[in-house]
Structures are given as C-alpha cells and as structure tokens.
Design a protein around this ligand. Structure first.
Ligand code: UD1
Ligand code: UDP
Length: 368
C-alpha cells in the first residue's frame, strides 16, 4: 500500500517535503494529491523543483475562491482520489483550507489521518486558520505537535494521549537540509544590491492584516518608521493576496519599503538569515527566524507560536506603528543565540516512527 499526502499551499509543500523524503528513504510509496490552492509558479512549482520533489501525482486545480466553494471542491476531489489510491495513511500539514479538506475526506473514509504541526492555537476565532486547526486536530488519528506546549493544548481539549507524539517541527529538518545551499547558491543579496545585516525583511499576507485597509497601512507605516530609525531599507517579497489588496485600496507604499516578487525557498532563507530584523505576520517565518538566529517582530496581537517569544527570538508587536517601532528597537541587535523551540531537525523520522506501519523495520512489510 501507499502513503497519501494532501497539500495545497507554499508552507505545506515546504513542511511536508521532509516527510515525503523520509518515506522514500524507507522504501515507502507515496501519492501526493495537490489541491491547487496555490498555483502560481512562485508559490507552488518552484518549491517542488528546489526541494527535489517529483511533481504531484494528482493536481485537483481547485484554485482561488471563497472558503466554502474552495474547500468543498477540494473535498469532493480528494475523496474521489482517495477511493482510487486507498492509502494506508493520509498526511496533512498545518491549518489551511487544503489541510482541512484532506483531513475531512480521510476521516469520513476511515483512512488514518496524520496531522503534522498539530495543537497550535491562536485563540483568535476570527482567523480562518484557527477554525481549521481545531477541526483538523479533533478528526485526526495521529497528531504531531511540534512542542510540549502544543501537546498540552491538545490534552486540555480532551484528545487521547495515545494519538499525540511531540516531534519538533519539520521546518527545522527543511532549514537544516537547505541552509548551506541557500548560503552558497543564492545570489539574492547581490541581485537586490543589499548588504548582510544592513537591511530589514518584511512579509505580510494574512487576511486579517492585508484585507483590512487601515491595518495594512498601519503596519507599512510602523515598519517603515522602525527601519528608518536604524537607516535600513525594507525588502518585502509580496504575496499575491497582499499585492491585490494594495492595488484595490490604492495604498501608497512608503519609500523605504521595496516590493519584490515572492521568492523561492533558497533566496528567501538567505534573506531571512542575513536580515537585521524580520517583520512578519507569517507563521512559518516566526519559526524560521528562531532557527536562523534572526530577531523577529510579529505584526499581530497574538501568536500560535508563543515558544518563539519565550526563547527571546520574537516580539509580538501588534499592528500599531508605535508598538512596531518599540518592538523593533527591543529586538534589533540581539545576538540570536537562543535555541529554537522546534526541535533538532529529526521531526520527519520521529513522525514516521510514531506510526507503527511506517516505523523502521515495519515499513517493508507495509509496502509488500
Ligand atoms: C493561504 C492560507 C493561509 C496560508 C497561506 C500561505 C487558507 C484559509 N489560507 O492563504 O493560512 O498562510 O495560504 O501562503 O487556507 N493567489 C495567486 N496565486 C496563487 C494562489 C493565490 O495569485 O497561486 C491569489 C489569489 O488572488 C487569491 C489570493 O491569492 O484569491 C489568496 O489565496 P488563498 O489560497 O485563498 O489564500 P492565501 O492568502 O494564499
Ligand atoms: N517563503 C518563501 N518565499 C517568500 C516568502 C516565504 O519561500 O517569498 C517561505 C518561507 O521560507 C516559509 C513559508 O514560505 O517556509 C511561509 O509561508 P507563508 O508565510 O506563505 O505561510 P504561513 O507560514 O504563514 O502559513
């Protein structure tokens, strides 16, 4: 039998790649179902190429739509595909609509659902991702929280202990695998004409940040003021959702902020590890900065990754300019010598070992 993977967006591709690759190392067949939630080359295919993954076995090409239409189309497509493939287990990662559809389809078909990056909670019901996370965790059979804190949140919600294994986050596996290549192969610093340690990096794409005109303007203004105090230029690789909103709202981007296209993983890692301060509303970027030793300022009022703040890698600043300026002043110049809270880079191994039919020694029988 084979192991199924459902994925659809940039972070899912990056964070499931180590698990797919560990399956292959164990001689386990995989079947990757791409929902098509992300489809632009810069959000999708570039990561398959750079991470050395084969193209997906199926692409449902669902594309962009409202939540109901998008998730519904995925659900129907995934169900049909799972009927044909009959995987022993189906893996999903994170909290997107693709993750929810994959978990729902697998659960209803009585296929074991394995949730990578389980247990994260922002306690902010306005985030579509929070709704997705809670449902996904409660219908999954194998839950892989990255930290003890996230495992405790699952236990508090009554999820049985025998479904929970703390593994660290697979983003550590991915960063450890590709960091050296990013440093040696990426030419992004010279392409952009920036110097290590002399620029700031910004990403903002969450619906609650960029779909609200005032919020988007305030964070741009706050980041621009914070970077002006240290005389840094801000590089902003802009997600298409944010780019659409800038145009729709007619927002004037401050001169200090330079928009660039979304970057591939190597170029982005290179910028993250050499930036002076990283400003973000992304989940994955809060994690990566804690791994790479770069100070992070989170442009939100809360985070489902509080461990990054506990180790001193992240300051949750909110969206008011004065708060952003104060947070940047606090974080800039930090040595970055904290230990990442997301494990030692063996998450994929631990994840497969926690599922008896995929564990080393058992895997061969599972594929016979
Ligand atoms: C989705 C996830 C979010 C995750 C993010 C990762 C949900 C509810 N949201 O948000 O949790 O952090 O992915 O990046 O699942 N678009 C393109 N090209 C693409 C894909 C999208 O241009 O390949 C544009 C479309 O205009 C689309 C908009 O981006 O309407 C938003 O895309 P969507 O997939 O709905 O949500 P994301 O903001 O990407
Ligand atoms: N990323 C990238 N290029 C970019 C911006 C981000 O490769 O221009 C990667 C980044 O390294 C991280 C992931 O995308 O691994 C984060 O995805 P995103 O911020 O879109 O989603 P989130 O993590 O918030 O769900």
């Amino acid at each position: 039998s084979t192991v199924g993977f459902v994925l659809g967006t940039r972070p899912e591709i990056i964070k499931l790649a180590p698990v797919i690759q560990e399956c292959h190392r164990r001689g386990i067949d995989t079947h990757v179902i791409h929902t098509g939630q992300h489809y632009s080359d810069s959000l999708d295919a570039v990561f398959f190429r750079q991470l050395g993954l084969s193209p997906p076995d199926t692409n449902l090409e669902v594309g962009s739509d409202d939540h109901g239409a998008q998730t519904g189309a995925m659900l129907a497509g995934i169900e049909a595909e799972l009927h044909d493939v009959e995987p022993a287990v189906v893996f999903v990662q994170g909290d997107t609509n693709s993750t929810l559809a994959g978990a729902l389809a697998g659960s209803k078909m009585d296929i074991d659902v394995a949730h990578v990056e389980a247990g994260l909670r922002s306690f902010d019901d306005d985030m579509p991702e929070e709704t997705n996370r809670v449902i996904i965790d409660h219908i999954s059979d194998h839950l892989f929280p990255p930290t003890e804190e996230t495992a405790a949140l699952l236990r508090n919600e009554g999820i049985p202990e025998d479904r929970i294994t703390v593994t660290g986050n697979t983003i550590v596996d991915a960063v450890q695998t590709y960091d050296d290549r990013a440093a040696s192969e990426s030419q992004i610093l010279s392409e952009l004409g920036v110097t290590e340690g002399q620029f700031d990096l910004l990403t903002a794409h969450r619906a609650e940040t960029v779909d609200d005109r005032d919020a988007f303007e305030r964070i741009l203004s706050g980041v621009s003021r914070a970077s002006a105090q240290a005389d840094r230029e801000v590089i902003y690789p802009i997600h298409p959702r944010a780019e659409d909103r800038l145009e729709e709202f007619g927002i004037a981007v401050p001169d200090r902020v330079r928009l660039v296209e979304p970057l591939g993983f190597f170029d982005f890692l290179r910028l993250e590890s050499t930036a002076d301060v990283v400003f973000t509303d992304s989940g994955g970027v809060q994690e990566e900065t804690s791994i790479l030793g770069t100070p992070c300022v989170t442009l939100r009022y809360g985070t489902e990754r509080p461990e990054t703040a506990f180790v001193g890698a992240n300051c949750v600043a909110g969206r008011e300019p004065s708060g952003i300026v104060a947070a940047a002043a606090q974080m800039r110049g930090k040595a970055g010598d904290w230990t990442t809270p997301f494990g030692d880079g063996n998450a994929a191994v631990q994840i497969l070992d926690a599922i008896p039919k995929l564990a080393v020694g058992e895997a061969v029988t599972a594929t016979e």
